[in-house]
Write a new protein. Sequence first.
Length: 227
Amino acid sequence: MGIVTVYGNNVVSLHPNNLGMEDRVVMVAHKQSAFARHINLLGFALKEIKESAKKDNRWAAVYWDQASMSDFVERNKIVNHLLNTPVGCTQILDFNINGIGTTKERLIRESLTYCDLLRIGKEELSALCHLLGIETNSLFDSCFELMARFSIKTLIVSHGNFGSHVFHGNAVSEKWGHLSFGACSKEEAEGAFLAAYFAASQGSESVFTDYHKQALEYLKRVCRPQC
């Protein structure tokens, strides 16, 4: 039996290999973020980035959103943690800001340089590629070039309630279908999916397309309209 999580009135389960993840710590920029709430519900210990980092082998991931990099003090704390991640710790960037200006280019490049797992919306992806001078004829080519340029291992492109693409290595997983978010906001849904994808990937020898499927099933259950 896998992790069983109650969210609202919904019961959600994930891969059985995720059991015992409460001993693994996910460092987050803000505990009130949707990702933080869901990664905690999925069985991981949660700590907020507030002080200088001391390398800890229990770290499973460090998570931050691009907007957090705009504050000088917060950026220094995040980067300090990113520089101290142990081997095997995943560095997760949620690119969830609206509007990309040239004044933010240095901060954006810095975040992408540290990132292992990137989540971004389709519209923001187009703006980001334009800013970075990535000009291709297809979404796929743009994503693979972005990954190659910054050595990003996994890229999740969100299409709102129409599904998502997950790029990993030289492969891509496509899962489409109109999703009913119910009472979930767009931010909640994106955070839930990202948390579930990461949780599914931990301790599992499945292929990344299975993680994509499990994360989508989690999202569907979380966003199911309440009775």
